[in-house]
Design a protein around this ligand. Structure first.
Ligand SMILES: Nc1ncnc2c1ncn2[C@@H]1O[C@H](COP(=O)(O)OP(=O)(O)OP(=O)(O)O)[C@@H](O)[C@H]1O
Ligand SMILES: [Mg+2]
Length: 154
């Protein structure tokens, strides 16, 4: 089962993501797919805003490979266009993916065998210069109940 939402501009993508953030819990993983410039990073920024987080500016090699948004429930943002699965291993990715925060992964199709069993899937497709189609699904059993509740709330 999946649900499609349409965004007519950058701000609307932020708002959709901020609203979606309400369904998230500690330990959730969000896999974002979509072409260059689709709006994956925009979506992550909207998630952070919805979770009431701010970007941590920590100067350590680790944080050139990922972004951390700090707050009550931290958000870990990985972009697999910039890093590869080997980088994930050296970062100790499991501590983030399966830890106490929420993880968002851009270009998640590149996770290959590191793809988690349960995740929120969000695919963003260009439908025009400023319009995007966002397709949401819950993969695996763990999020199905929450997904149905969220869909019913749309
Ligand atoms: N409806 C929309 N939703 C999101 N972004 C939009 C929308 N309309 C236009 N844009 C523009 O598209 C771009 C999206 O950029 P963003 O960095 O979020 O994409 P991305 O999917 O993360 O790309 P990349 O694969 O390069 O990381 C921004 O320049 C933004 O202003
Ligand atoms: Mg991006």
């Amino acid at each position: 089962m999946s649900i499609e939402l349409l965004s007519s501009g950058y701000e609307q993508t932020l708002a959709i993501a901020a609203k979606f953030a309400r369904v998230l819990c500690r330990g959730d993983i969000i896999c974002l797919a979509g072409d260059l410039g689709a709006g994956k990073t925009a979506f992550v920024k909207g998630l952070a805003a919805g979770l009431g987080l701010r970007e941590a500016h920590v100067h350590s090699p680790t944080f050139t490979l990922m972004n951390i948004y700090e707050g009550k429930i931290p958000l870990y943002h990985f972009d697999l266009y910039r890093i590869c699965c080997e980088d994930l291993w050296s970062l100790g990715y499991e501590e983030f993916f399966y830890g106490q925060g929420i993880t968002a992964v851009e270009w998640s199709e590149r996770l290959e065998n590191l793809t988690p069993k349960d995740f929120w899937s969000i695919k963003i497709v260009h439908t025009g210069q400023d319009t995007r189609q966002l397709t949401f699904a819950a993969t695996g059993d763990a999020f199905q109940t929450r997904f149905i509740q969220w869909v019913n709330g749309q």
